[in-house]
Write a protein that binds this ligand. Structure first.
Ligand code: MG
Length: 341
């Protein structure tokens, strides 16, 4: 099967967007952006053996390749619209392509994202997805903008995805393991929450490397510091069923891959946040079947730099992992592909 047949068979779907003036099939795509809006673009590459375990289903890889990109758009308060895709494969494996495209388009259709171009080449198994979307001209979110005194908020339950990865690596079975694995393999991009935070959050980012590692990046971008109240972190029954308390805490604070939103809100806008969250369920149910995650206050921003954890009001250091370092262990700085081993 040749490149053009692969594209025709697996990656050409009807496009139902009026803003795609030219899609797949020409030399490039031509897209329309409404006046008063800005283009928001993100890209992520996943490599077999680095980003997914051998044996991960092609459908999960397809889903996840798009989900992590949509999560970046969610962090900007943007609405996704289009994607391009580059796939490198050792061979034209039809079973793999079928699964991959099914997983990819399952999520794409949920968010009405149109595939408007791409490339297929022979090589090691590597997938790159680029997503683009738009946000109102004065409404985008960024990591910069948090101020001392702002409340630090987190969506969802941190650590479940890292627990899912650990459960897969340790071949754990049962209901709790299955739930956590799902959280790792099928993260839910928080598009509806990101849209809702426009005009409310002072800074936002998505959690890919772990709460503490990503919070350090937000603090650096905003030129301030943060306290994290460890007792305020949402707890996961599934995580606590499978792992001892220290490991649960490590997953929650230093695990990655949750793709939840970490954001700051000036105290004066807390009531607006609560009102917006309360107003959403009915509307969210219609948009991409996406229910809003729970949102918790987990700390506060302050002057200075860096991140300090508190437990019962006292400074607290995350105990380091006793087991051998995994490639995926991210105790301090988050995962860095080019860090010395
Ligand atoms: Mg991100």
């Amino acid at each position: 099967m040749g490149e053009f047949e692969i594209i025709a068979r697996y990656f050409t779907r009807p496009v139902h967007r009026g803003d795609v003036l030219l899609g797949i099939g020409d030399d490039a795509a031509v897209l329309d952006i409404a006046p008063g809006h800005k283009l928001v673009v993100a890209m992520d590459t996943i490599v077999e053996g680095v980003h997914f375990l051998p044996g991960t289903s092609a459908a999960d890889i397809g889903y996840r390749a798009l989900a992590v990109n949509l999560s970046d758009l969610a962090a900007m308060g943007a609405k996704p619209a289009w994607m391009t895709l580059s796939v490198s494969l050792p061979e034209a494996d039809e079973g793999w392509l079928e699964g991959f495209s099914a997983g990819l388009f399952e999520l794409a259709q949920r968010h009405a994202v149109a595939l408007v171009g791409g490339d297929t080449v022979r090589g090691p198994r590597v997938v790159t997805v680029q997503v683009a979307g738009w946000v109102e001209a004065d409404g985008w979110l960024s990591r910069a903008g948090a101020c001392p005194g702002d409340l630090l908020m987190l969506s969802g339950v941190p650590g479940e995805a890292a627990g899912g990865l650990a459960a897969m690596q340790q071949r754990l079975e049962g209901e709790a393991a299955a739930r956590l694995q799902q959280r790792f393999l099928r993260p839910v991009p928080r598009i509806a929450l990101g849209r809702l935070l426009r005009g409310i959050a002072s800074a936002a980012m998505d959690v890919s490397d772990g709460v503490l590692a990503d919070l350090r990046k937000l603090c650096a971008a905003s030129a301030c510091a943060a306290y994290v109240d460890v007792d305020a972190l949402p707890r996961s029954t599934a995580l606590e069923t499978l792992f001892p308390p220290d490991a649960c805490l490590r997953h929650a604070l230093a695990g990655g891959d949750d793709y939840e939103l970490l954001f700051t809100v000036p105290a004066s806008r807390l009531a607006a946040l609560e009102a917006a969250l309360a107003a959403v369920p009915a509307a969210a149910a219609s948009s991409a079947g996406e229910t809003l995650p729970q949102v918790r206050r987990i700390g506060v921003m302050c002057a200075g730099q860096g991140v300090q954890c508190l437990r019962q009001g006292q400074p607290f250091e995350l105990p380091s992992s006793g087991d051998q370092r995994r490639q995926d262990d991210r105790p301090q700085g988050g995962y860095d592909h080019f860090a010395a081993p």
